[in-house]
Design a protein around this ligand. Sequence first.
Ligand SMILES: Cc1ncc(COP(=O)(O)O)c(C=O)c1O
Length: 461
Amino acid sequence: MDGGIRENDISRIVELDREHIWHHLTQHKPFETGEPRVIVEGKGMRVWDQKGKEHLDAVSGGVWTVNVGYGRESIANAVRDQLIKLNYFAGSAGSIPGALFSEKLLEKMPGLSRVYYCNSGSEANEKAFKMVRQIAHKRYGGKKYKVLYRDRDYHGTTIGALSAGGQDERNAQYGPFAPGFVRVPHCLEYRAQWDLTGEAYGQRAADAIEEVILAEGPDTVGALCLEPVTAGGGVITPPPGYWERVQEICKKYDVLLHIDEVVCGIGRTGTWFGYQNFGVKPDMVTMAKGVASGYAAIACLVTTEEVFSMFKDDASDPLNYFRDISTFGGCTAGPAAALENMRIIEDEGLLENTLNMGKRLIGNLDALAEKHSVIGDVRGAGLFCGAELVKDRTTKEPAEEKMVQAVVADCMAQGVVIGATNRSLPGYNNTLCFSPALIATTDDIDAITDAVDQALSRVFS
Ligand SMILES: Cc1ncc(COP(=O)(O)O)c(C=O)c1O
């Protein structure tokens, strides 16, 4: 544990936390009798809590963020050097790391050419929604303003982003939401809405988007916002044939394709971006979590030159530019950390490692499914995998959320941090989530699935 904090000090930290901190996604009643968890230190794939207990982190900081692992001195040094030179200036001016990172990033995103910096995934998505509305005003008399989003997808926590939120339980009690957001069906074949499989199912799920566009009126639909692989909605890998059709539909109806890469972006699926697994050409891409692996807050909205041009084509119009502000989009720590983060991924071959370790993770989970009938479906891409738990494989009745959480808690007791869909989808918070850092080794992957094996045996015995 951190040499600077002694035993007495750490109990004071825990007390201060219990008294004053309001944790995210947390019911605090249990802390009246028990202790909140405080994470003190991290190195590589592992973190240590206030008791000095070591945990193998299979969820990259809880929410798919620490892609290059903990304790990277080279990122800390890059950030430190940059902060001393210039910590901040508003985004109306440029910065050295901002320019350098944009070049590096765009090398990985052929067809896209402009980077807008901000500081969270929600914020980046809000920017994209604002662009769609402004384009509607400029080009279509304000009419083509609607944003389509998909059942089970998540785009962030703000009211605008929740308005595009496909997780009813996550949204519950936070309405009313903003108008102009319209839901399309999900594409999870395991929970198929149509009696089709494989490519036929994928095309049908995409056709359902066309049906919504036609019902709303194509002249009112400005954009379609999708996660490449749905994350918190249950790790949903799209069926074959889906993305090809989605692209065609967007072209046909002049609908901008906005891909939310907040989770998949920067390597999670073994490609730089999730959409690159499917050969699609987005108009707008948003990213956050793994961009700097959590060493600094940074999010980006990246667009084509065509989208960008619409905001400068008439300089005589006082409203004809993107009139948006992101105070912390001007923090230079973000792009400084992101540059070094990207260098690490390239120099250490982490995309390749992600593909190899992802295969091992899926293979191990498939093997567990042979042994534990409670595993109904295993899915994933790269180091981004899910195992959906069911009471009965034939009926596919979902396992109860409390049993799924018991598996997570059992793994935690064993010193392995895994995740699960939680309070997101009424009746369907039944998917275990795995997203270890891209540096994971075969031993790490095996340790993760061994813990799950033991937990399933105990919880469902
Ligand atoms: C796909 C997706 N988009 C957007 C967000 C929101 O990002 P942030 O929490 O940085 O606002 C998340 C967060 O989990 C996410 O999973």
